[in-house]
Design a protein around this ligand. Structure first.
Ligand code: PLP
Length: 418
């Protein structure tokens, strides 16, 4: 794979649009970013070719996950890793691994976790709707802390001692959401957890780029870390990875694989599982419902290799060219203030912020976003800050050439009253 081959919307628009039109779907220019509801990332030709080749061969999925583990270990520094059907599946499998470990009877019972250590401690400021994945494994979330800083009436968030106070006989692990401004810092949570042999499961779904984050949470001591494959990694939408301690990742894999077959013929991947630890083949586990196909596994590995081979600088230059094209295209439209959003200097994805300066009777940011979404082609934008009259444009699923149509759509949306 060539080093300058990055996911650059290389799906030629015409071809991409053909298939959507065949199903009667309107074309979307996606400036909202690689979100699942809009089909997640656009894959490079290299990743698509790897998936196509995978689709043509029969393969032992367990053995393939063993090879995946070698690749994931190399790029993350973790002992082991597997490909999952997404970061949410990584949370489900990771939680199931912490609860059942290598006990096939416990695996068979989940999500009924009665009689098992099944509590995950989580900061109130880290709660989000993807933690349903953890609960789906049979875990109960125990919330700690009081995020005054988020409520805006104080400066504090959850502190490490609050995790320590909440740990008890039923604690199976700590759930940690990795974001730029997550508190307390991961290393201090890990110190508390490891002092009593409790694993830390990190949701780092959207924390790439920078590529170094593939290693960062493992270096901070996390026992399990999950990333989305369909966001900036540029893999299939229904892919992700879970990496960490071999014993836990091995348990996660056992609970995901299709395990029909006899013990004599069972060849679990030696990278992840020691057959001598088992008296029989475990039954299909809780993760069987989020299986991954050979195409997702190989596609994710191709995307991962490509992502780490390409310099952060090359990624950043490509994204910078797109955001600059957007700024140039939108900057002279009356009623808009256009600026680059600071990514905090952490190497994250740059964004364009479009401030809607609505006068009396003119459409506000939410109304503009709705008009853009019902235009033809539809333009989808990030509405996170619409309440502040700001729409955000992500370059990840765009091509610099899209700026022309985005400008036209904004001009039309601004043209008439609400
Ligand atoms: C996107 C996201 C997820 C979900 O990832 P999938 O790969 O779509 O399952 C989970 N957690 C966080 C914090 C996310 O941003």
């Amino acid at each position: 794979m060539r080093n300058d081959e990055v996911p650059d919307g290389t799906l030629k628009q015409a071809r991409a649009n053909d298939i959507c039109e065949r199903f009667g779907l309107a074309r979307i220019i996606n400036a909202a970013g690689p979100v699942t509801r809009l089909g997640a990332s656009l894959m490079s030709e290299g990743v698509i070719a790897a998936m196509g080749a995978a689709a043509r061969c029969s393969v032992d999925i367990g053995q393939l996950q063993g090879r995946a583990s070698e690749v994931i270990s190399r790029v993350t520094g973790a002992e082991a890793g597997i490909v999952t059907s997404g970061a949410t599946a990584g949370l489900l499998l990771g939680a199931a691994a912490c609860i059942a470990e290598l006990d096939p009877l416990k695996m068979a019972k989940l999500p009924d976790s009665a009689g098992m250590r099944n509590e995950f401690i989580v900061s109130r400021s880290h709660r989000n709707s993807y933690d349903h994945g953890v609960r789906a494994a049979g875990a109960r979330l125990v919330e700690v802390g009081l995020p005054d800083r988020i409520a805006g009436c104080g400066t504090r968030d959850t502190e490490a001692w609050e995790f320590e106070s909440a740990i008890g006989d039923q604690t199976a692990g700590i759930l940690y959401l990795a974001r730029l401004d997550s508190r307390p810092d991961l290393a201090s949570v890990v110190r508390v957890a490891h002092s009593v042999n409790i694993p830390v499961l990190v949701d780092a779904a959207a924390e790439l780029p920078p590529a170094h984050n593939l290693r960062r949470y493992i270096e901070d001591g996390a026992d399990l870390v999950t990333f989305s494959g369909g966001k900036a990694l540029g893999g299939p939408s229904a892919s992700g990875l879970l990496c960490g301690r071999r014993r836990l990742v091995g348990s996660a894999l056992l609970q995901q694989l299709d395990l029909d077959g006899t013990f004599e013929n069972w060849r679990p991947p030696s990278q992840l599982i020691d057959k001598k630890d088992f008296a029989g083949v475990p039954r299909n586990g809780i993760g069987r419902s989020c299986k991954v196909g050979k195409e997702q596994i190989i596609g994710l590995l191709a995307a991962l290799n490509q992502f780490v081979e390409v310099d952060d600088d090359v990624h950043n230059r490509r994204l910078a060219a797109i955001v600059n094209a957007l700024v140039v295209a939108l900057t002279d439209l009356p009623g808009l203030g256009v600026r680059l959003a600071d990514d905090g200097g952490h190497g994250g994805t740059p964004l364009v912020e479009v401030v809607i300066r609505a006068g009396a009777g003119e459409p506000n940011a939410s109304q503009i976003a709705s008009r853009l979404a019902s235009a033809s082609p539809a333009v989808q934008v990030d509405r996170t800050n619409a309440d502040h009259n700001i729409l955000m444009l992500s370059p990840t699923c765009l091509d610099a050439a899209d700026a022309v149509e985005i400008r036209a759509a904004f001009a039309a949306a601004l043209a008439t009253g609400p």
